[in-house]
Design a protein around this ligand. Structure first.
Ligand code: SF4
Length: 348
């Protein structure tokens, strides 16, 4: 392994994005503005040994720190092994160059027919509804995604949506990002109005981590446009560890379900976070308590900067088999990998 050259950092533009705020501003927007963006503050607030600071600074230079207070409050102080901390703390290891780990592991740049639109699988298309996130997860496969080239203005969205209007085979629109719910409700409501006017669209799927990392995001304004659409609504949350699901997250899930949203979860199998059967079983149990069905357990996408999270296929298969011995079938996530060029996820 050798040291990587630092590359551009995305997600620093979140403030300007959020600045186009609804009136009045929701409390979640204040929380989003006030996320921790400084690795030194992160280490100090969590009472980490100062020896972590230098590596955190170097990792931050590659992919910036973003941690909301609501998420920070679930991290144990003084514990560098905390499974939530490991997801957000930059490390020196992120600058290692590891064979097979690249900037665009899913070759998404080859499937972007219009700015802000990714079309890989039949029947559904993905819209980059926000270039920013509330939290920066160190293992994110889009940590190098060219968001600047895929952030259409409202006027440009109309042209991008022509792609959906002209393809009758697309029945499902997926809002992704970044995190789509980092966008103001007014903007999302306008986008969804355009989507529901496309007769062949049946479903709206939202891929988001915001109800987990800032549960106050699930407020009346969000429920109004989401609950009011004629489209069937599916929300795929992203939770990797049971410790992420506190009472506020459970309450947010209850509000979403009451608005007619089907809740699923996808996780990533991460070394040092959830790579043991106890953690995975506890996650499935806690998800179900919150009214969320475990959907996918992804093996890590080989994105540069995240190789230290990797779990081998053999180990992943052993874990899923051990989990099968423990859990009822409806609590079992499907172990999958996303392979560039394949028409669906590939089961392991
Ligand atoms: S995993 Fe999701 S929430 Fe985390 S940085 Fe990536 S897109 Fe954002």
């Amino acid at each position: 392994m050798i040291t990587r050259t630092p590359i551009a950092v995305h997600c620093e533009e979140v403030v300007s994005d959020v600045a186009v705020a609804d009136t009045p501003e929701g409390d979640w927007q204040r929380q989003l503005r006030e996320v921790i963006r400084d690795p030194v503050t992160l280490c100090r607030r969590l009472a980490l040994n100062p020896e972590w600071i230098a590596g955190a600074r170097r990792g931050h230079a590659l992919f910036s720190v973003r941690v909301p207070e609501a998420y920070l409050s679930r991290i144990r102080r003084g514990d560098p092994g905390d499974p939530l901390l490991r997801q957000v703390l930059p490390l020196d290891a992120e600058s290692d160059v590891v064979a097979g780990f690249i900037d665009d592991p899913l070759e998404e740049r080859n499937h972007t027919p219009k700015p802000g639109l990714i079309h890989k699988y039949s029947g559904r298309a993905l819209l980059i509804a926000s270039p920013t996130c509330a939290i920066n997860c160190r293992y994110c496969f889009r940590r190098h995604f060219p968001y600047a080239d895929n952030a259409p203005s409202m006027r440009e969205w109309d042209k991008t949506l022509d792609y959906l209007r002209n393809d009758n085979s697309i029945q499902e629109a997926i809002l992704s990002g970044g995190d789509p719910l980092a966008s103001p409700d007014r903007r999302l409501a306008a986008l969804v109005r355009q989507l529901e006017a496309i007769p062949h669209l049946k479903r709206l799927r939202v891929h988001t981590r915001l109800p987990v990392v800032i549960p106050d995001r699930v407020d009346d304004a969000l429920l109004e446009w989401l609950g009011g659409t004629r489209l069937q609504k599916v929300m795929v949350l992203h939770i990797n560890h049971a410790q992420e699901i506190d009472d506020a997250v459970v309450a947010a899930c209850e509000r979403l379900k009451a608005a007619g949203v089907t809740l699923l979860n996808q996780s990533v199998l991460l070394r040092g976070v959830n790579d043991d059967v106890e953690a995975l079983a506890a996650l499935s149990e806690r998800l179900f308590e919150a009214g969320v069905l475990p959907y996918y357990l992804h093996v890590l996408d080989p994105v540069s900067g995240a190789a230290h999270f990797d779990v081998s296929d053999a180990e992943a298969r052993q874990l899923i088999e051990a989990l099968r011995q423990r859990l009822a079938g409806f609590l079992m996530p499907r172990l999958v990998r996303e392979v560039p060029g394949e028409r669906s996820k590939t089961p392991l």
